[in-house]
Design a protein around this ligand. Sequence first.
Ligand SMILES: [Zn+2]
Length: 299
Amino acid sequence: MATKLEPAANIVAKPAVTRHPLYYFNDGSITFRVENTLFRVQRSKLILLSEFFKDLLTAEKMGDDGEGQSDDCPIEIPDTSAVDFANLVWWLYTPASTGPSSEVTTEIAYSILVLSHKFQFPLGLQYAIGVLQTHELALRPAERLHVARRQIVPHWLRPAVLELVQGQMANLTSADAQLLGVETVRLISLAHADIEQVRKGVTSFSPLQGHSLYCHNEDECGEGFVVGWARVGVLVHRPGVPVPLAEILTQIEHRGVAGLDQMHSLCYQSVLDTARPRFQKEADREAAWVDRIASMSEA
Ligand SMILES: [Zn+2]
């Protein structure tokens, strides 16, 4: 007698559904299934803190068919990872008085941020934004731009773009590039090339057009200029993280560059007036690039 072959689909077992080791509370009153994990928490807590769950759990038809009342009939939360959901529940059950404890990591805070936005927990959003603005847990600029573009924290948009425009291509990871999208990466790269030209233009000319009639020691004044301007060149083109030109200009204006302080004050003033527009151009170009990149609706 021939053995009847079962179709392959019937042999594949359904993935096992398990209770979360920490966040399945026996005294909870509502059960959720997120991926293959069951969570059981207090219904009242969710209603108190979340507009989304308030609408969901107080809807009239809710509870008619026992939905959320047992492991066999949980409320399914789609398009959400169990890890993210567990991080949200961690926040839900961690008293605010303990504050951003040492337990919280950037990943946990990011889960709380995204799910608080999705499920409308205003206090969770506030907590996550606060935590992610601290130095230790700060998101990368590409991540902050991504969050801003999804309207989760819209006010992170321009500062994140400015940081990308002022940063270096080499610091972008492939994960960053993926979050940003091809067009944004292309514009950031164009912005860097453009700003590099502006910085080169600052020292590719000599702003000393001649000495004032009152300059009685042209040799000493001229020598001071040559030494000082060379130092400015070093500041502008020093490898590594570039010092903003506006900052270097302030230093020059305060006679904080050795050499320039030897110049006659009128000659020095004339050098400053000639050079100033070129130093100011960097911030203007950056602002223009930020406008352009920030106005793109998505990656
Ligand atoms: Zn002079």
